[in-house]
Design a protein around this ligand. Sequence first.
Ligand SMILES: Nc1ncnc2c1ncn2[C@@H]1O[C@H](COP(=O)(O)OP(=O)(O)OP(=O)(O)O)[C@@H](O)[C@H]1O
Ligand SMILES: [Mg+2]
Length: 231
Amino acid sequence: MIEVKDLWYKYPREERYVVRGVTFSFKEGILSITGPNGSGKTTLLKLIAGLLKPARGSVIIGGRDMWSLTERDRTMLRREIVYVHEKPVLFRGTVIENVSYPLKLRGYDKGYRLTRATKVLRLLGIEGIAHEKVRNLSAGQAQLVSIARAMVIEPKCLLLDEPTSNLDARHKDLLLRLLRGFAQKGTLVLIASHERSALRIASQALLLRDGTMAFYGNPIEAQEVLHEIYG
Ligand SMILES: Nc1ncnc2c1ncn2[C@@H]1O[C@H](COP(=O)(O)OP(=O)(O)OP(=O)(O)O)[C@@H](O)[C@H]1O
Ligand SMILES: [Mg+2]
């Protein structure tokens, strides 16, 4: 369960608050966060991931208040949350090395790491590039690899920033279907996107307009409000 209470944020040296009084609680499934460019989607995801510290308000995950915890407990909490940046951040080497790396960090043996990583690549429809060097990947492939690397550890919360922006229709469908499977197994999935495709699989929708919450609730009703926001 994620609880966000009266969250406010402004970037250092800026005057303007770009997240303004956002409040919601999200128990299970997939939350789609939609809104125009600059409405605060990325900032909100980073606040939930604990990567940015709110000016006011709180982020409570599984009953733990992110910024009331000790440094050590906060680090533990952050391990349960994976934020996938919209621009893939990969290290040098091959696809399979990148995807199995988080398992290496967690001490799993090589055989297990390869089996798990290969499975995730297959589910995303990119097993064919397992031994490709990441520097040779297309934008969409790199995006899928960075998502695979997040999925491989089966986090409690998976936060995806514009995950479908570079994907073709087939990979977009595969990804959305896979995310639904993760959500059914108990992962909380948050998808920030200016596209509406995630609304199709979402159990809840949050619409942002200029940093404020224009709507929170049923994804079908959200479609109507979206028309008003985008004009
Ligand atoms: N590092 C930063 N420093 C200062 N202002 C920033 C910074 N990052 C974002 N902003 C501002 O915060 C506001 C919200 O930006 P944010 O990136 O959260 O929006 P977004 O909804 O994710 O947009 P997009 O659809 O383009 O990804 C914008 O007005 C933006 O200019
Ligand atoms: Mg963004």
